[in-house]
Structures are given as structure tokens and as C-alpha cells.
Ligand binder design. Sequence first.
Ligand SMILES: Nc1ncnc2c1ncn2[C@@H]1O[C@H](COP(=O)(O)OP(=O)(O)OP(=O)(O)O)[C@@H](O)[C@H]1O
Ligand SMILES: [Mg+2]
Length: 306
Amino acid sequence: MITAICLNPSFDKTVVVDAMSVGAVHRVRSMRTDPGGKGANVANVLTKLGAQARCLGLAGEASAARYESMLSEAGVLHGFLHVPGEIRTNLKIISLDGRECTEINEPGPCVDGKRLTDFLKLVRDNCGNDDFLVLTGSLPPCCADDTYARLVRVLPVPCVVDASGATLRTSLAAKPFLVKPNRAELCSAVGRKLEGLADVEAAARELIHAGAENVLVSLGAEGAMLVTKDKAWHAPGIRVKVSSTVGAGDAMTAGFVAGYVETGDYVEAFRRGIAAGTASVMTDGTQLIRREDYDALLERVSIREV
Ligand SMILES: Nc1ncnc2c1ncn2[C@@H]1O[C@H](COP(=O)(O)OP(=O)(O)OP(=O)(O)O)[C@@H](O)[C@H]1O
Ligand SMILES: [Mg+2]
């Protein structure tokens, strides 16, 4: 079982308007709402890839039932501890005149120390036999930066951390199996600009030195790099028709973990991560991946040791 943790789930609401303009009144042409939050997205992609997966998290009690039924409808196993307040809504406004998407993201409910301790206990009691824990997404308000570090330490189960800033930095000392920064997150973690692949590898090695066992650096259209204790591989980006890059990192994490659990092989896991990340850019907005895209892309991934 692979458990993706989702501490701050969201209703991802996408509305389409003719022309987005600050200060104007807009008529909505079409809209949809998906159950979001990076942890839920990872569990969703894992499920689509045929892995045994679930999402455990915290959910504002006022709207938890609706959220949970949306996840169930998508076939995603879940378990949420309810907290006072409401699940946040993240609004994406798509403008038909071709302007960039506007996003308005709510913070989500504040999670106090007692609820977090209850959640750590829930993880301890339920995930002891898991293959992997995936810790991804921003932390809810009031949660300390080292919340993922505490989760990594809760059980001797390999963990993947996809986070930024202080959340990523503090997680390293807890020795996660894998961290998955994108280029900007890696730059910020090492405090400098990174140009070529040699720079990226050197920076990834700093994260290994700080405690991560392996580092998967996603480089958007330039592909990705996987760095382990004694090896590094690069996979160039695959040229596809790009619909939306939102959530590509989540799909990549899911593909990698599913591949590693099934094969125990870094290169095969990397291949599946690249295929899933690329499949996700071929779908619109909050849509995740289509299995047929993923299957076709697996053949097109090329990986070279650097
Ligand atoms: N424009 C693109 N063309 C082809 N592949 C892409 C593109 N953008 C992303 N990918 C694929 O998806 C992977 C993950 O993307 P990216 O580096 O954008 O992750 P991210 O910044 O963590 O995304 P997010 O946090 O929004 O989920 C890349 O390593 C690459 O394989
Ligand atoms: Mg990301």
C-alpha cells in the first residue's frame, strides 16, 4: 500500500469566462469542481496506474463529506481526520481570450498541535505495513515547518517528500527516501542559481549530504534528473502538445513511486515518473492523466547515465 498524505485538501474549482478583467463583473461560461490537494492528486494518479494507494489527511468538517464522496467517486481510497472549519476552495479562472489563468487559493483551516498529534497517531496506527508514504503539498496554516520531518520519523517506512522552502529543508535531516524538488525549489534549497545539468547534480548532492537518500529533480519541459548516492541519470523532456502543466510534479512522483514499489529499480521508476509527468501536461487544468497517454509515453522515455 502507498499512502499519500494530504494535510490541506482543496476543492479545485475551475471557471471559464470570456475575458478576465480586474474590477469587472464576469459571467461564467462553464465550470467544474475536482477534489484537489497534492496528496489527493498523487493518490488519484497512483490509483489510475493500478497501484494499491490511498490518501490520508485532515479535512475541514463542514465540507468533508462532499469531498470524501468526490474522492470515492474517482475510485480513490481515503481516510480523513476531521478538523474544525471548511475545506478550502482553490479557484482557477480561465479566460477564453487567451490570457493566463488567474488563481485564487484559500489558506484552509488552521490545524492546532493537538489535531496534528492525533493525525500522527492515525498514521502510526495505520501505515506500519505500507510500502511508501508520500508527503506532498503546502502545510495548513498554524502547522510548524518541521511537520513533514515529524511524519517521516513516525514510522520506518520509506518516505517521499515533495515540498518547498523550510518544509523541504527541515525534512532532510529526517532522512527521507526521496525528495522531489523542481528547479526553483532546488535553487532555493541551496541558495544559488543553477544553470546546466552539472549544477543541478551538484545541488542534488548537497541535499543527499543533508540527509535525503535520493533526489528526483523535475525540470519541466527539460525533463528530469535522478541522483542517488553514487549515480545520476538524466531524461530529456518529451515533446508533446502541452495543455496544462499544473500537477505534472504530482503525476511524476506517483509514477516514480508506483514504479519503484513494483520493480525496486531506480531506472524503471524514473521512466514511469517521466511518462506520468508528461502524460499530465497533455490534459487540461485540474485533470490528471489518461492511462493511454501514459502507456504510449513509456516507449518514448530515453534515460542516460550522466
Ligand atoms: N512543458 C512540458 N513538456 C514536457 N514535459 C513536461 C513539461 N512540463 C513538465 N513536464 C514533465 O513533468 C515533469 C514534472 O514537471 P515540473 O518540473 O513542471 O514539476 P513541478 O514544478 O513540481 O509541478 P507541480 O508542482 O505543479 O506539480 C517534468 O520532469 C517533465 O517530465
Ligand atoms: Mg511541484
